[in-house]
Design a protein around this ligand. Structure first.
Ligand code: G3P
Ligand code: CA
Length: 237
């Protein structure tokens, strides 16, 4: 079972920052999950919320600010260090030449960010990121469908906060080959059924040894964790 560093190693570093992503590399994580938004001047940046209020010393919507304005705020305040909101390009540069898989969660749930899908695909192609080194996920499944139409070679994963009826058919319709369910929402039988149907399952966010063992036994492809060292220490080899 692979381990993905959720927002980087967010247990010990400010989430979605280069420090948190570097920590994931140092801990030899299999993957990094990062949340993608788009600035007013059309740049892709990594931050969880639609606003910078919770994770920086500033206030306001990402969509209302240019990259240069956003860079003026400190994204390391939660750990009392100095950090800038990173761009997607910086994360790709960090992982270039490594086996680190990037799970880019496209945050179009509240903001729509028109054109973000094409911009993402262009960025990945311009950066020559190998196809197997990136996957998309989103709670906005229309976004996934557009991404899949633009770049069918890149894996798309349906993010689910709650269970969904007839998920296998739904994934086919969206063009997704993976499901990222909330840890609390799926039974063992449902997970095994999805896997039998050829879908990869990667639950988020695993915080207990019990869940680590449960998902490992179910044979899921990967889990998202906030602390890679903790997960490695409690995983069966
Ligand atoms: O991608 C899994 C997980 O990150 C989704 O929830 O709120 O942490 O972005 P959230
Ligand atoms: Ca996320």
């Amino acid at each position: 079972m692979k381990l993905f560093a959720h927002r980087g190693v967010m247990a010990h570093h400010p989430e979605n920052t280069m420090t948190a992503f570097r920590a994931a590399l140092e801990a030899q994580s299999d993957g990094i999950e990062a949340d993608v938004h788009m600035t007013k001047d059309g740049k892709l940046v990594l931050i969880h919320d639609e606003t910078i209020n919770r994770t920086t010393d500033g206030r306001g919507r990402v969509a209302d600010m240019t990259l240069s304005e956003l860079r003026g705020y400190n994204a390391g305040v939660t750990f009392a260090i100095q950090e800038q909101i990173p761009t997607l390009d910086e994360l790709i540069d960090l992982c270039r030449g490594t086996s680190m898989v990037l799970n880019l969660e496209v945050k179009t749930d509240i903001e729509r960010y028109p054109g973000i899908e094409q911009l993402l695909i262009d960025t990945i192609r311009n950066q020559r990121l190998p196809v197997g080194q990136v996957m998309f996920s989103s709670f906005n499944h229309s976004t996934l469908q557009r991404l899949n139409q633009l770049a069918p070679e890149i894996e798309c994963a349906v993010l689910l906060a709650q269970p969904l009826y007839d998920l296998v058919a739904y994934c086919k319709k969206v063009g997704a080959t993976a499901v990222h369910p909330n840890v609390l929402t799926m039974t063992d039988e449902e997970i095994l059924h999805l896997q039998d149907e050829g879908l990869s399952v990667r639950p988020y966010t695993v915080k207990t040894v019990h869940d680590l063992e449960r998902f490992s036994q179910l044979g899921v492809d990967a889990v998202f964790v906030n602390d890679i060292d903790w997960a490695k220490a409690h995983s069966t080899p």
